[in-house]
Design a binder for this molecule. Sequence first.
Ligand code: ATP
Length: 330
Amino acid sequence: MAEVSLTNISKAFGKTQAVDDITMTIEDGAFVVLLGPTGAGKTTTLRLISGLEKLDSGTVKIGGRDVGGDTPAQRDVAMVFQQYSLYPHLTVRDNLAFPLRSPILKTPEDVITEKVNKIAEVLQIPHKLGNKATELSGGEMQRVSIGRALVRDPSIYLMDEPLSSLDAKLRADLRVELKRIHADLGSTLLYVTHDQIEAMTMASHIGVLEEGRLVQYGTPKEIYEDPRSVYVAGRLGLPRINILPVSLFPGDHKGTQIGLRPENIRQGDGIEATVIRAEHLGDHTRLHLDLQGHAITTLTDPHQAYAPNTTIKINPQSPLYFDASGARVV
Ligand SMILES: Nc1ncnc2c1ncn2[C@@H]1O[C@H](COP(=O)(O)OP(=O)(O)OP(=O)(O)O)[C@@H](O)[C@H]1O
């Protein structure tokens, strides 16, 4: 496994600046998640590291070595894509063994069998090893795709939304498995997702991308509790952070906008808000409020009933302040 460092990397497609001057170090053994909405440049960043896309400028180093002139095979990265990419005419066993049979690796057959069996166990597909890839469900095919990366011992795993096509239960199981595999192998992993639960639970660090730029890099806790902008604050947290004019709240405040996480709105005293709707979700309730024409969402006691149009009092806790441009005011 190896450290990967990106220095001022950029890539444009015509007029679209897909990746814009990103500098970032993915430490040896780290599990780094790239977060950002569609079009933010996540996939392009992975493709630049793997060598599937050519840099316009900047440097990619893997294990301290500039890989700019290397082919994807020479870079020794294992990539898992959003859509499975299996050899349809091969069995699951042969699909999993394929990377190990590369002439460069020269892996002995008994080692291949052992590794394939182990990874099939992890991915809960040992009974499918004899099937052709075409005889699998979509979820099974994606597990084989992930397995094909995991049988290898590359410098870095690059994963592009590998769990997005799976159902919720399997996604949750594989989230735990990937985290465990990462801890066991001590592998370096760069992982793209839209799913903030994946980001929060698996990442050692999160890089937030906005229009091709890396706008914040930190631990999940830092990104959640100490976001640099409204944009970053909105990337983590469900329901999303409430962003409101600071003038709604009495007292001396900084900036022009206040950011309140749903769990940071206390009830009982403070300013009046009107209940719009309560969503009972079992272990908690989401309460939608109107505050002088602004919508607010907060979390509340699951046992309490809230009738629409009732007035309650709310009080902000641990507010975050932002200026008119959305930058954090410290
Ligand atoms: N081969 C290409 N040709 C032209 N434009 C491209 C190409 N690949 C990516 N782009 C553009 O570059 C920008 C970044 O795309 P990229 O796929 O990296 O985003 P992303 O963050 O991975 O998005 P998603 O979450 O939808 O996968 C987008 O505006 C996209 O349309």
